[in-house]
Every structure is written in structure tokens, then in C-alpha cells.
Write a protein that binds this ligand. Structure first.
Ligand code: HEC
Length: 96
């Protein structure tokens, strides 16, 4: 999954839920996310905080952005709700 391969999770969280100053990406409008990524890719940022995104966006192809934003937009809400349970997860979901 690109989101993991490209290291996005290290700032935006394993579940794209956002961490501290890093915005939530899960379930956000695809068009908006793509717009932002393309801006970062062309080295536009509106503030110093956003500069951090540029090195991660420059390597993305249009196809990568399409895949990433589709993934993020469709991110499962049920996964998001679990963010506070992280530390209690042992492994597996307990079977069926
Ligand atoms: C080094 C930390 C870091 C990494 C890694 C990172 N980001 Fe970000 N990202 C940020 C910061 C900081 C912002 C801007 C926050 C702000 O606007 O104040 C941001 C903003 C964004 C935004 C705009 C969201 C918004 O609400 O404006 C998108 C979309 C995004 N990142 C996607 C990604 C994707 C996809 C990846 C992986 C290719 C990635 N980011 C990797 C730190 C990171």
C-alpha cells in the first residue's frame, strides 16, 4: 500500500487519523487531497509547516496521487474509530 511505502503514516498516523499537527487524511474529500498533494509536488506551500510535505510529494506520480487519494477517501470509518484502542490490541481480531 502506497500510504505505507511512501512513509505517509509516519506523520499522518497508521490509520491516517492525524497526529498532533499532522492533519487527518482519512475520509477526506478526494479532490481536496489531490489538490493539496499536487500543490506540494509543485513546491507550493502556504506556511512553514507545509514545507515538510514537499519532499514527500515530489516523488509522487499522478497515478500515485490517484491511488493515495482513493485509498484515503475510502478509508474505513470503523478503523478510524479504533484509534484509541491501539494499545489494547494484542494481535488478530479474535477470529470469527
Ligand atoms: C514529515 C511529516 C510528513 C510526512 C511523511 C507526510 N506528511 Fe502530509 N502533511 C504534513 C504536514 C506538516 C502537513 C501540513 C499541515 C498544515 O497544513 O498545517 C501535511 C499535509 C498533508 C495534506 C493536506 C491536508 C490538509 O488538510 O491540508 C495531504 C493531502 C498530505 N499531507 C498527504 C500526505 C501523503 C499522501 C503523504 C505520503 C506520500 C504525506 N502526507 C507524508 C506532514 C507530513
Amino acid at each position: 500500500m502506497l500510504y505505507m511505502q511512501k512513509g505517509c503514516y509516519s506523520c499522518h498516523g497508521n490509520k491516517a487519523e492525524g497526529v498532533h499537527k499532522y492533519p487527518t487524511l482519512a475520509n477526506r474529500a478526494k479532490g481536496f487531497l489531490a489538490y493539496k498533494l499536487k500543490r506540494f509536488r509543485s513546491k507550493h506551500s502556504d506556511n512553514q509547516q507545509q514545507e515538510m510535505m514537499i519532499p514527500f510529494a515530489v516523488g509522487l506520480s499522478d497515478e500515485d496521487i490517484e491511488n493515495l487519494t482513493t485509498f484515503l477517501y475510502a478509508f474505513k470509518e470503523e478503523n478510524l474509530g479504533k484509534k484509541y484502542d491501539d494499545s489494547f490490541r494484542i494481535h488478530g481480531d479474535g477470529g470469527s
